[in-house]
Design a protein around this ligand. Structure first.
Ligand code: ATP
Ligand code: MG
Length: 137
């Protein structure tokens, strides 16, 4: 059993899509074991996305992530990291497979509705970024 960090991004929270996105996770066999709505500062968004700080889209990405509240959540299941990324679809919604969250809901490569950890090491770091051990049962 594996855990991964998921974020429902501002473009999706703004359009009230949290429940529809969560239904896709649950339909895929992922269990939402922790969840909260928070407002990131631009600095916090930058700390979370520090691996991308040299990328040309870093400023746009951190401004976007701080523009509206986000829903951060921990998903649990068999191969949760890979399964979540499958449900999310490709980064660019134009390339995302039909039925994926990004194919159905994302607005652009930047405003693409969801984040998901990409490996066990990053999942552990990203979960600890938002949740204390007391919040994870
Ligand atoms: P995430 O890490 O959010 O789950 P990902 O792993 O599919 O998405 P990354 O390459 O890690 O994609 O990029 C992180 C995020 O940066 C993307 O989800 C997107 O919001 C943004 N991003 C990536 N490429 C671009 C781009 N060319 N222009 C604008 N924003 C981008
Ligand atoms: Mg990524």
């Amino acid at each position: 059993i594996e855990r991964t960090l998921s974020i429902i991004k501002p473009d999706a929270t703004k359009r009230n899509l949290t429940g529809k996105i969560n239904a896709k996770f649950e339909d895929a066999g992922l269990r939402i074991i922790a969840q909260k709505r928070i407002q990131l500062t631009k600095e916090q968004a930058g700390a979370f996305y520090a691996v991308h700080k040299e990328r040309p889209f870093f400023d746009e990405l951190t401004t976007f992530m701080a523009s509206e509240p986000v829903v951060v959540q921990v998903l649990e299941g068999e191969s949760a990291i890979a399964k979540n990324r499958e449900v999310m679809g490709a980064t660019n919604p134009a390339d995302a497979a039909p039925g994926t969250v990004r194919a159905e809901f994302a607005e652009s490569v930047g405003e693409n509705s969801v984040h998901g950890s990409d490996a066990p090491e990053t999942a552990a770091v990203e979960i600890a970024f938002f949740f204390s051990s007391l919040e994870l049962v």
